[in-house]
Design a protein around this ligand. Structure first.
Ligand SMILES: [Fe+2]
Ligand SMILES: [Fe+2]
Length: 414
């Protein structure tokens, strides 16, 4: 196999180019082809025998066709087929046998050579065409390589961005939870209250998102946001003096008014944080929960006395989860209520304290709620468990709340 005496795109090809020659009746093309054999790998076949498949399988770089109807049809098939971009098609013919310019154009051939032509002239023509073809091929290969490289880098960047994003989310969630825990730590009896109530909230929010009963617009990722924000509901308690927050006895009306302020304090702190970082949209959700988790569906809650659906949905969800966990947890001033009894209390308060839609979602997902609470409920010592609903009813107060134990001191769950 002879070396090619010229370079393509500055590189010496290691293999010879392959020329497929379809010889016409005059036989001139086949004798020209013989003169090219020193430089190219030449395959000659009579045009009568040539089929498209033969050309495709020959894997040739150049196809020389004699000017004829069949050649024009073959040329068009080659150039419009899969090998078209990589195969040069040249029509060769005498002046009087060459098809019309329109026919030649429609054949999509790459070039037209008029006979008679010398072997050296044909050689130069082929070299020029092949050099252009090689440069084009090299450029395409570079584009493919660069494209593959860009795609690889993009994939790496996407993975990196996703990893960083997850890290930021995790750090943010941990920070939020640590903050909420800090606030909660002033009330050492609440145990894993935040952890349980955020799960109850999530389960209810998921059920609402399915949209069986609630006709409200529920944002995407609502349940996930609630899960993150719910632990912050009582963050404002850090602003309540110990003398009130930890008071073992009944709160005076004035003290209760101070206690109620934990909703507004929490809201303001979270709103300020949101103003410093408007991108932290979850803070807006956390702020509305902090402010409105003591609102009641009948409008008798605090701090704003909102009623019905004007209470933010997130707060309507969290309040059910919060109260339910408070009911089923023992405190120094009360026993824990049996979960089934606590459930019936929640159902009973639908439409008065709680949004009936939220309560319905709570009831529908009772199995999942119980699964979250069960490990904790089983650990509660018997002496800290209220024995019956009657026992509870005997001491029940009209309002169920979670923050005002000393105010009531009536064994209502807090
Ligand atoms: Fe609260
Ligand atoms: Fe709570």
């Amino acid at each position: 196999m002879a070396e090619i005496p010229w370079e393509t795109d500055g590189r010496q090809p290691s293999a010879r180019f392959k020329i497929f020659v379809a010889s016409g009746p005059s036989g001139e093309l086949s004798s020209l082809a013989k003169g090219l054999e020193d430089e190219f790998e030449v395959v000659v076949q009579s045009i009568q025998e040539v089929k498209l498949n033969t050309i495709v399988q020959s894997n040739s770089d150049v196809v020389l066709l004699p000017a004829s109807e069949k050649s024009l049809a073959l040329s068009r098939q080659i150039k419009t087929g899969p090998i078209g971009p990589f195969t040069l098609v040249i029509i060769v013919g005498e002046l009087d046998t060459l098809p019309s310019p329109e026919q030649l154009w429609e054949s999509e051939a790459d070039d037209f050579i008029k006979l008679p032509v010398t072997c050296e002239c044909l050689r130069l023509k082929l070299r020029a065409q092949l050099r252009s073809q090689e440069r084009l091929r090299a450029a395409v290969e570079r584009v493919w390589t660069l494209n593959a490289e860009i795609q690889r880098i993009n994939r790496e960047l996407e993975i990196l961005a996703e990893t960083r994003f997850q890290e930021i989310i995790e750090v943010r969630d941990l920070t939020i939870f640590a903050l909420a825990k800090l606030a909660e730590s002033r009330d050492p009896e609440t145990g894993e209250h935040l952890e349980r109530m955020r799960w109850y909230s999530r389960i209810i929010a998921e059920e609402l998102s399915i949209g069986f009963t609630v006709k409200e617009d529920i944002p995407s990722r609502f349940a996930e946001e609630i899960f993150r924000c719910a632990p912050l509901h009582d963050i404002g308690k850090v602003g309540i003096p110990d003398s009130i927050l930890l008071k073992p006895g009944r709160l005076t009306p004035q003290e209760f008014e101070v206690m109620k302020q934990h909703t507004v304090i929490g809201y303001q702190a979270l709103r300020e944080a949101l103003q410093k970082n408007p991108a932290g949209s979850f803070l807006a959700r956390a702020a509305e929960i902090a402010r409105s988790h003591h609102e009641r569906f009948d409008g008798t809650g605090y701090p704003d006395g909102l009623a019905g659906k004007s209470i933010p949905l997130a707060a309507r969800v969290v309040t059910v989860a919060d109260v339910f966990d408070a009911l089923t947890s023992p405190r120094i001033y009360k026993k824990a209520i049996d979960p089934d009894v606590a459930k019936s209390i929640i159902l009973r308060e639908a439409g008065t304290q709680f949004d009936p839609d939220v309560v319905a979602a709570f009831e529908r997902r009772w199995k999942d709620i119980s699964a979250v609470g069960e490990p904790y409920w089983q650990q509660i010592p018997a002496e800290k468990l209220q024995q019956s609903f009657a026992e509870f009813r005997g001491v029940n107060a009209p309002s169920i709340t979670t923050d005002t134990a000393p105010m009531a001191q009536q064994a209502v769950p807090f």
